[in-house]
Ligand binder design. Structure first.
Ligand SMILES: [Zn+2]
Length: 168
């Protein structure tokens, strides 16, 4: 029987019943795994467990291509990773260092969303050589998701502090 105590995953101790759309940061300093300081940003586009529920997987995939490309176009090698959440409510962006605040990332995301929403934007690397499922995309609904999130940013409606689960 497997008896080892399980690891505590930061996002699983966030109270998702009160988590709203926002940008949240978890900084990690150099530790025993010899990974240098980095920060994981939670780009939360859908309110968890709400009627809206999720972005469709083909929209998540389209956003992944757009975000991975446009965030790196702006920040370059500072970007360690950009990837979709399994629950389809947002993305993780991992950046080197711990200096950028969630508010800085909001400015970044505004720029990224405005780029994607520009007339004539083409989804990057949507071809069978670069992607494992290149026809599994929905650009029309991706634009709607981008516009919705941009509206929240412009209206100042994003949250920036994780609601951690309170110890009983
Ligand atoms: Zn792909």
């Amino acid at each position: 029987m497997y008896t080892k105590e399980k690891a505590v995953v930061n996002s699983f101790i966030v109270d998702h019943t009160i988590l709203k759309q926002g940008i949240y940061a978890k900084a990690s300093k150099t530790n025993e795994s010899n990974v240098d300081a980095y920060t994981t940003y939670d780009i939360r586009m859908i309110r968890p467990n709400s009627p809206e529920r999720m972005l469709q997987p083909d929209v998540m995939h389209t956003l992944e291509h757009c975000f991975a490309t446009e965030i790196r176009t702006i920040l370059g090698d500072e970007v360690i990773y950009v990837g979709p959440m399994g629950c389809c409510t947002g993305f993780y962006v991992v950046l080197a260092g711990t200096s950028r605040t969630p508010q800085d990332i909001q400015v970044l995301m505004k720029q990224v969303l405005e780029t994607i929403l520009e007339e004539g934007y083409v989804v990057p690397f949507q071809n069978p050589v670069s992607c494992g499922n290149y026809t599994f995309m929905d650009f029309e609904n991706t634009l709607k998701a981008c516009q919705n999130y941009l509206n929240l940013i412009n209206e100042g409606k994003l949250e920036f502090e994780y609601p951690y689960i309170q110890e009983a």
